[in-house]
Design a protein around this ligand. Structure first.
Ligand code: SAH
Length: 502
């Protein structure tokens, strides 16, 4: 017999998934998920896991609850580890209880991993503390979902008498009726009220008004689901405690083209600064294996004095190649190691190796210049890098009569489908900039769009000169980092956004 875990996926910001929830997703055989679960969390699903989308609406009819309950039971009976992934918290208006009933009845083991609920997270991201000792000492979470006949099951008198902060979920359609109900029960019309749409997501919008004015404001601003309604004096604190809307990259949409394995830091840092990040990996690196030249080079490492690595991907590939040859870092002990930049150096340190040389400017020309200075006449370099690396490095070494072997250990594979969707976003001016961390990401990006895509409006944020040149050749406008680091790229973007007043 299998096992079912109910997991609350949080309100939208992928960082708000719990550690335990993430572990459960990564270990699942089957994942049954809802409409409100975001793409970044879905991307954590293991490839081999069966993925069942029960949030899809065929002609506006969601998958019936009884069908979902049966899927969970059937999959558990097949002996699978099933994760039932739900938006926010699984028990707060999440029907988690209903889903457990059938499982309990049939003796299926289950557990529950609570999630961060939108009822608390959306106010938090809007600068609204749901309780505050100077204002209110309770918070009530209420569904604004009406019965079939449109009638609300809300005891307005009790809510108004109690005086706590009120949070209404599923209330976009019923907000005018709720606000009326509150006023009829004696709530003052100037009581602060707020609406938070797409809370915790980069395109979050908030409206701060009063019980008397919010319905009209909502209509003007065309607020749509998912959104929550908050009523109470604490809503007045929203501007003072605003921290999310004022993040430096709030409202800025950035496309990250790095390969999936390498995108993490850039994507996370941009998100923490408030940017809306579209993850759009344009290249992937693949080890070249079997690989005779590498086997030969590794078998005769004693002929080399220097090892040169030009990317973090190269470090990972080297580790796999050594392992495949039943070797390890000790076999590199006699070699001095030169790398192109800090990213590669840090990757090496993770593997317990320190770089002996990193150029001041992280590009192949400066790396070549450094090597020409340092490598003695009788010494030989083993250069391990991409199949199609920049020609400058070997050309400069040859010119300076430095002896080396240039061995390809991985190749770059480009995305093979062309994305109409991204081309449309570009054409509509929805994308503020596209980040490029190598010339190959530029080629991959261009190749991934329909041939007639106009790239002249596209702002390319480039890590260095070589990348910039590639982006300019593709017709893009470029802004370039002062140094070839992720930090410097982010600084450049912030400066650009400040100057453009975005
Ligand atoms: N279990 C979920 C709630 C499910 S009911 C939770 O704990 O968050 C669905 C309602 O949740 C939506 O109608 C909306 O009112 C609210 N909601 C979910 N995600 C939201 C978000 N990101 N921003 C604002 N409201 C959200």
């Amino acid at each position: 017999m299998g096992h079912v875990t109910l997991v609350g996926a949080g309100p939208g910001d992928p960082g708000l998934l719990t550690v335990k929830g993430r572990q459960a997703i990564e270990e699942a055989d089957v994942i049954v998920y809802d409409r409100l679960v975001g793409p970044e969390i879905l991307a954590l699903m293991p490839n081999h896991a069966e993925q069942i989308d029960v949030g899809k609406r065929s002609s506006h009819h969601p998958v019936p609850q009884s069908r979902i309950n049966r899927i969970l039971l059937e999959k558990a009976r097949e002996g699978k580890k099933v994760v039932r992934l739900k938006g926010g918290d699984c028990f707060l208006f999440g029907r988690g209880g209903e889903e457990l009933e059938l499982l309990a009845e049939h003796g299926v083991e289950f557990d529950v991993i609570p999630g961060v609920t939108s009822a608390l997270a959306a106010p938090a991201y809007a600068g609204i503390p749901v309780t505050h000792r100077d204002y209110t000492s309770s918070v009530h979470i209420i569904t604004g979902h009406a019965k079939e006949n449109g009638e609300l099951r809300i005891d307005f008198d009790a809510l108004v008498r109690h005086g706590g902060t009120l949070v209404f979920l599923m209330s976009v359609a019923s907000t005018p009726a709720i606000l009326d109900g509150l006023m009829q029960a004696g709530m003052r019309a100037d009581m602060p009220a707020a609406m938070v749409e797409r809370g915790t997501l980069p395109r979050q919008r908030k409206l701060i008004a009063t019980v008397g004015t919010l319905a009209q404001r909502m209509k003007e601003e065309r607020i749509s689901s998912p959104a929550i309604l908050i009523v109470g004096t604490v809503c007045a604190l929203s501007d003072r405690f605003d921290w999310y809307d004022v993040l430096p990259l709030h409202g800025v949409t950035v496309v990250v083209t790095r390969p999936r394995q390498r995108a993490g830091t850039l994507t996370d840092r941009l998100r923490r600064l408030g940017a809306d990040v579209i993850s759009y990996p344009c290249i992937e690196t693949q080890d070249i294996w079997p690989n005779m030249p590498v086997v030969e080079a590794l078998a005769s490492l004693e002929q080399y004095s220097w090892l040169v690595l030009t990317s973090p991907a190269g470090v990972d590939t080297l580790a796999r190649l050594l392992d495949a040859a039943e070797m390890d870092a000790r076999n590199l002990a006699h070699l001095k190691i030169a790398v192109i930049g800090m990213g590669t150096a840090n990757k090496l340190r993770e593997r317990g190796l320190r770089a002996d040389y990193i150029p001041d400017v992280y590009d192949s020309v400066h790396l070549a210049e450094g090597l020409i200075r340092l490598v003695r006449e009788e010494e030989r370099i083993l250069l391990l890098r991409a199949e199609i690396g920049t020609p400058e490095l070997p050309a400069l070494l040859t010119q300076a009569c430095v002896s080396f072997d240039d061995v390809a250990i991985y190749r770059t594979v480009y995305r093979n489908e062309r994305s109409e969707e991204l081309a449309d976003l570009l054409a509509q001016g929805m994308i503020d900039c596209v980040t490029f961390t190598s010339a190959s990401t530029v080629y991959g990006f261009v190749k991934s769009l329909p041939e007639d895509t106009d790239l002249t409006k596209c702002i390319a944020l480039c890590i260095g000169q070589t990348t910039q040149k590639a982006a300019q050749q593709a017709g893009m406008k470029t802004i370039t980092a002062a140094h070839a680091t992720i930090d410097a790229m982010i600084e450049r973007l912030q400066a650009y956004c400040a100057a453009e007043d975005r």
